[in-house]
Design a protein around this ligand. Sequence first.
Ligand SMILES: [Zn+2]
Length: 238
Amino acid sequence: MPTELLFRQDAYLKETPATVEAVNERGGIVLDRTIFYATGGGQPGDAGHLRRADGNLIAIGTTIYDPEDKSRVLHVPLEGQPAPAPGEAVTAILDWERRFKRMRIHTALHLLSVVLPYPVTGGSIGDGDGRLDFDIPEGGLDKAELAEKLNVLVARNADVTERWITDAELDANPGLVKTMSVKPPRGSGRVRLVAIGDIDLQPCGGTHVRNTAEIGLVAVTDIEKKGKQNRRVRIALA
Ligand SMILES: [Zn+2]
């Protein structure tokens, strides 16, 4: 059975009841449903805990898609944690503080791709910071100027919403795809589009804040030259 990805429907869920479906030979725990984001699109997998019926906790270090069956999510426990039994009822509890920072940075990176309307060749999201790599023909980028433009967009208090289109509709609108290195999540015949007010629209399977106001003040911490046509722009929550 594919894992039900609750974080796709509601990125603000902090805990959920779930049932253990399987534990693989390396200890990875499959649940029937999860609020833990699985590593992908430059965003690290979530950490947190599984609380058992007796109140004891199993600490989860990260979350990934099962390499043997990408429709399943593996909750990877820290070393030395007890293994739950298949069929066991647990409560999955997210390390929300960390995830929320990632949601704020992730949403800010969407805005950065508006401030710098160039092809994105890479990116990554950390806990309170993140980066995008741009294919930019010439340099001349200024940190303070970029930060100012970014914070103007943040201050527009724009709602972040999603809608779904078919693979065929996406193929007919290739301009929607800004990030060449991260393929939009497809395969189910439909693609999730994330809209930030009328500021930005792009396919994305990640976790976002509901309104840009939640991002707060953002700083541009570094602009690095990575090859002739590549600029790596780093941002951080101020
Ligand atoms: Zn996104």
